[in-house]
Write a protein that binds this ligand. Structure first.
Ligand code: CA
Length: 227
């Protein structure tokens, strides 16, 4: 059974989420505040976390940082906030996806399934496990990136994106394909996700992130890895 931890202080929304999730045979724990969330996450080891950013005792971004200190469990942010820098801060801290309130239950469930699927996907076994460039090397089997003799830490979402690109060197990978593979959505209006994550990857990997040499944007089309 897939276990979901719902972190939300609005009792009506918690009730709706619990009913819908249990009807689809998820195991559900609910936390009304950040302290309870961190305690339950450690005690119950959920498969995925649904996290409201606005909680009475803690900022949701601090909860993400707390969880990411020891866990790679997928975190879906529920945000009533329209400000995109809040979302970017949540993604930067290691959230996998975000949904803006109000959301449809169907969309939430689809995103939840995609997040869980990403962690369950069998690891790719490529013919070449090592991708080397002049500036960094990627070990696809060990899931390690080394740059200037230092390990570069990638979030699961960053890793998934990078893996798709580098295993198709020189090929244009469309936005639609990446969104479908990584987030389970295909609407091109979600391409802002891609921009955020590609910017993060470039900051971590490129010598000059503003003029990328390896992670190339094909405007309006998608992205391409040049090895
Ligand atoms: Ca709230």
């Amino acid at each position: 059974m897939t276990r979901v931890l719902v972190v939300e202080d609005d009792p009506q929304l918690v009730r709706a989420l619990v009913i819908n999730l249990q009807a689809r045979h998820y195991g559900v724990d609910a936390a009304p505040d950040g302290a309870t969330a961190l305690r339950l996450a450690a005690a119950r080891q959920p498969d995925v976390v649904l996290l409201d950013l606005g909680l009475p005792d803690m900022d949701g971004v601090d909860i993400i940082k707390g969880l990411r200190g020891w866990s790679r469990m997928p975190i879906l942010v529920l945000s009533a906030r329209q400000a995109s820098d809040e979302k970017v801060a949540a993604l930067d801290a290691g959230a996998d996806d975000y949904i803006t309130k109000p959301f449809s239950m169907d969309e939430l469930l689809a995103r939840l399934r995609a997040a869980v699927r990403r962690t369950e996907d069998a690891p790719l076994v490529p013919e070449t496990a090592l991708v080397e460039t002049a500036d960094f090397s990627i070990d696809l089997l060990a899931k390690k990136v080394v740059r200037d003799e230092r390990d570069i830490r990638l979030t699961p979402t960053e890793w998934h994106l990078l893996e798709i690109l580098v295993t198709n060197p020189g090929r244009l990978i469309t936005q639609k394909h990446l969104l479908q593979e990584v987030w389970g959505v295909s609407q091109s209006n979600k391409s802002n996700y891609l921009r955020v994550y590609m910017a993060q990857l470039r900051r971590k990997l490129e010598t000059d992130p503003a003029h990328p040499r390896y992670l190339i944007t094909e405007p309006g089309m998608g992205y391409r890895f040049e090895g």
